[in-house]
Write a protein that binds this ligand. Structure first.
Ligand code: ZN
Ligand code: ZN
Length: 249
């Protein structure tokens, strides 16, 4: 009955070996599916800018064995793999899998950094565009933008601060569909002070990240319905998915 749909347990920010995740897409689908708890899973591997320092260092450190970014050349294969796994996930686990990407900017000057997840992406989006153009391109594709870990400030040299969207919210908030009020173990409560639409995600890179903040969405289990529910952002909740919630009888 419309308005009385169940809450769906969702994770809209998940990495696989298509970029810097530890598990393959197939392993990720099986991990989430076998909990028998999840309804919606978005695969959001990194698209890095061409000059991305971390990506380059990572490839060097692993002697080129690992990919760190989806590229224009690998994008179609990536989307094909997601479509194939989405079909299997629906049949085996009743899990809705959504194609996405995290358009990732790691500049040396940290105040320019933004990480933007595009949910329901159809075409490759370059991380070499500025944040405004990335957000507009996401809208043009009929996809949804997520401002990732939008208030992550750090003084560590090895960590990347990603506050560009937050710091420029006056100019950009109208283009951002939802903000991560929670990412893995962190809460970004500043987003709620502005009454911004929100989600909570794991930013999954390895198995232990399964146990982290997640989103509950009251919606039918189809991408158009979930997309509309995220945008309306009315019956949305964040929940901390704990290990015991898997193993409890
Ligand atoms: Zn990120
Ligand atoms: Zn991420």
């Amino acid at each position: 009955m419309p308005g009385y749909e169940p809450f769906l347990l969702c994770d809209f920010h998940v990495h696989t070996t298509w970029s810097d995740g530890r598990l393959s897409l197939r392993e990720v689908v099986d991990l989430y599916g076998q909990t028998e708890k999840f309804d919606v899973l978005a695969i959001t591997d990194h698209i890095l800018s061409k000059k991305d320092l971390l990506g380059r260092l990572g490839r060097l450190a692993t002697l080129g064995r690992h990919r760190f970014s989806i590229t224009p050349e690998t994008f179609d294969d990536y989307m094909g793999d997601i479509a194939k796994e989405a079909d299997r996930a629906r049949r085996e686990y009743g899990l809705l899998v959504i194609p996405g990407a995290e358009i990732t900017q790691n500049h040396l000057r940290a105040k320019h950094n933004s990480h933007i997840v595009a949910l329901g992406i159809k075409e490759f989006i370059s991380a070499d565009l500025n944040a405004k153009l990335i957000l507009e391109e996401i809208r043009d594709q009929g996809a949804i933008s997520v401002a990732c870990h939008p208030h992550h400030r750090t003084t560590s040299r090895m960590e990347i601060a990603t506050c560009y969207l937050w710091d420029h919210r006056k100019d950009l908030a109208h283009l951002v569909d939802v903000w991560e009020a929670a990412n893995r173990d962190d809460l970004f409560s500043v987003t709620s002070l502005k009454h911004y639409p929100y989600v909570a995600n794991s930013d999954f890179h390895k198995e232990k990240h399964l146990y982290s903040w997640k989103t509950l969405v009251r919606s039918a289990k189809t991408w158009p319905a979930v997309k509309a529910a995220l945008k309306a952002n009315v019956d949305i909740a964040i929940t901390l998915f704990r290990k015991t919630s898997c193993t409890a009888a």
